[in-house]
Ligand binder design. Structure first.
Ligand code: AMP
Length: 626
């Protein structure tokens, strides 16, 4: 039976020939994958070779843009106009790189030191988002050519440690490339999916994903339970990867053979030789080549010595990630190896001895992330009804209510996407504005939580305190983007705010927030109880003062002075900020005024009825006259 896909946004029937893809937008290389006959596969080009594109862009003097394999040649012939490692610059400002500018062979726009980075290529400035979009477009165009179908929908992966700005920048790059970005997915989550983990809803697993690529390293600890992928911890080094090994080899050769490359072209040649050495040593014990009349060689033993310090650093990160996640290495059910540099035998051996079991490298380490992204895209396209991929919001979200109390609207660990609404009201007569302050965290008082945003709902029609109905709605979409909307129900006055992804909070932050909420639970509750009493006391004080004023003529002088005294007693108790005093004063005032208030209420009702009768009588008179 064929499926008919409906686009919920437009209500249109979707073209079923359309393909959803998964894209691994990598620092060094980018890949695109799809589901074919129920299996994830890297899309192949005309020569039946996997579409594997170096993440390199060249902008020619004529403005012509070349991407991928062609552009890589330009690293030698035109290094100043050729951009690599653009992923490192996503969502960053020049300030972030002030100490490492020379690492990049290209020029930055120095005038924009505080804003987002821009790169100067042949007298024009380009943003990393723009440059990344060229990579994406190139990949998609190549895939479309090879398959003969149009590609619009895609899932793009990012490292688990990417923050809001970096995720947003990646999403924007997809949009500029003409893609409908279904979701931005964490790379370790995608890798786990590619390995078929988490698809059995009854299994609960702890997974470590060790990803050593060209320029970056990260290790993530995931917990998969009931189809929910939770990133428990992620650690890494955004400046550690295969490039470091290349550089170490170059340094070693330069010292050993006294090499002095004289221009960027010679430097690039040397770089390619070093990389070739590294790759060959993954399969053999020795490497040798020639460069500028020198014979360069490198043995496996020498290479081990050069790379060991870097591998040790990755293991340190691994230990920290484990400790952040609260797990021990023995608790890890699967250790997945991802990224081209995990092909190095020295990496594999080091991990095997650290893990005590064999790490899983059964998938092509360069391909796992793209394959997983394709699976995720397939799920989102609704092709796998049996399998729902869920994420959870890591910390509770709520708003500040009277006295600084955190009122949780979406509790922590709720499965997203989710919507939740609650009704609030004003605390002062005629109150026109209501401040909505949005917080994240587990503590009872907002002062201990994290303020995410605030806005003011204006133009509430004047009404007595407690009468307006203001609905505050929290909505978290599949990417973790939170939108908060406040609506005054009578006039439908509305105000809303969107807060970027909630996922960028680190597992360490979540853990420390939870620990604090437990540690301070008792004192938080005491403070909250005091604030509740103060709120109640203040409300009673205002109500009693109003009552005294409105019912002045019906009260005896004794009643008036007694109520006044009790109000003063309550005010003093409120000033003392001692909960027991306040409670006593509330009780005393309530006890004394309750019977009087009942009587007053009866009288008001009787008055109201009498007034009604009178007006009816007048009406009758008028009718008679008429
Ligand atoms: P990725 O960013 O995951 O594509 O990884 C690219 C890195 O993997 C580059 O530094 C490559 O030099 C490195 N790499 C690819 N193949 C091998 C190999 N056979 N041995 C060692 N490193 C490799």
């Amino acid at each position: 039976m064929s499926k008919i896909a409906i686009d919920f946004k437009t209500g249109q029937i979707k073209n079923t020939a359309q393909l959803v893809v998964g894209i691994d937008l990598g620092t060094t290389n980018s890949l695109i994958a799809r589901i074919n006959d129920g299996r994830a596969e890297i899309i192949k080009d005309f020569q039946n070779k996997p579409l594997f594109i170096p993440s390199v862009i060249n902008v020619g003097h004529d403005g012509v843009i070349t991407v991928g394999h062609e552009a890589i040649q330009k690293l030698i012939t035109d290094p100043e106009s050729t951009v690599y490692s653009i992923k490192r610059l996503m969502g960053k400002s020049l300030q972030d790189f002030s100490d490492r500018k020379e690492f990049f062979g290209y020029h930055f726009d120095e005038s924009a030191s505080e804003g987002l980075i821009r790169i100067r290529l042949n007298d024009r400035y380009y943003t990393p988002v723009e440059l990344s979009s060229y990579i994406l477009r190139h990949l998609v165009q190549e895939a479309e050519k090879a398959l003969g179908v149009k590609i619009e929908d895609a899932v793009i992966t990012v490292p688990a440690y990417f923050n809001d700005e970096q995720r947003q920048a990646t999403r924007d790059a997809g949009k500029i490339a003409g893609l409908n970005v279904l979701r931005i997915v964490n790379e370790p989550t995608a890798a786990s999916l590619a390995y078929g983990l988490g698809q059995n809803k009854t299994e609960a697993l702890n997974i470590a994903v060790y990803d050593l690529g060209g320029g970056t390293f990260d290790v993530s600890i995931l917990r998969i339970e009931d189809g929910v992928f939770d990133v428990l911890a992620t650690r890494g080094d955004t400046n550690l990867g295969g490039d470091d090994f290349d550089r170490e080899i170059i340094k070693f050769w330069k010292e050993k053979y006294q090499l002095y490359p004289e221009n960027p072209i010679e430097q690039s040649e040397l770089f390619f030789k070093a990389r070739a050495a590294k790759h060959e040593l993954s399969d053999s014990n020795n490497f040798s080549t020639t460069w500028n009349h020198h014979i360069l060689s490198l043995s496996n033993e020498e290479y081990k010595t050069l790379s060991q310090p870097y591998i040790d650093r990755t293991l340190d990160c691994f230990r920290l990630a484990l400790s952040d996640s609260g797990l021990h290495i023995h608790d890890i059910d699967e250790l997945l190896l991802v990224g081209g540099s995990t092909r190095m035998p020295i990496v594999f051996d080091a991990l095997q001895s650290f893990y005590g079991k064999t790490p899983n490298r059964s998938l092509h380490p360069d391909e796992a992330v793209a394959l997983g992204a394709a699976i995720q895209a397939d799920i989102l396209a609704g092709n796998r009804k049996d399998f729902l991929l869920l994420d959870v919001n890591p910390l509770s979200l709520g708003i500040e209510t009277l006295g600084g109390i955190m009122d949780v609207i979406i509790p922590r660990n709720s499965k997203i996407p989710i919507q939740q609404a609650r009704e609030y009201t004003t605390s002062r007569d005629g109150q026109k504005n209501l401040k909505i302050a949005i917080y994240q965290g587990e503590r009872d008082l907002v002062e201990n939580n994290k303020l995410l945003a605030e806005f003011i709902l204006e133009d509430i029609p004047p009404m007595p305190a407690g009468i307006p109905k203001i609905q505050v709605r929290f909505m978290i979409d599949a990417d973790g983007i939170l939108t908060v909307k406040a609506i005054e129900q009578r006039t439908q006055t509305e105000q809303s705010i969107t807060i970027k992804s909630q996922f960028n909070i680190s597992a360490a932050e979540v853990a420390s927030m939870l620990q604090e909420s437990i540690r301070f639970a008792k004192s938080d509750q005491e403070k909250k109880a005091l604030i509740d009493s103060i709120n109640e006391g203040k409300y009673l004080q205002l109500a009693s003062e109003k009552f005294l004023k409105n019912n002045h003529q019906y009260l005896t002088s004794l009643q008036r002075s007694e109520i006044s005294n009790l109000i003063t007693y309550l005010k003093d108790a409120l000033d003392s900020k001692i909960r027991d005093h306040i409670e006593l004063a509330i009780e005393a005032l309530n006890k004394y005024t309750a019977p009087i208030a009942h009587k007053a209420l009866d009288r008001n009702i009787a008055d109201a009825l009498r007034n009604k009768n009178i007006s009816e009588a007048i009406n009758n008179e008028t009718k008679k006259d008429g």
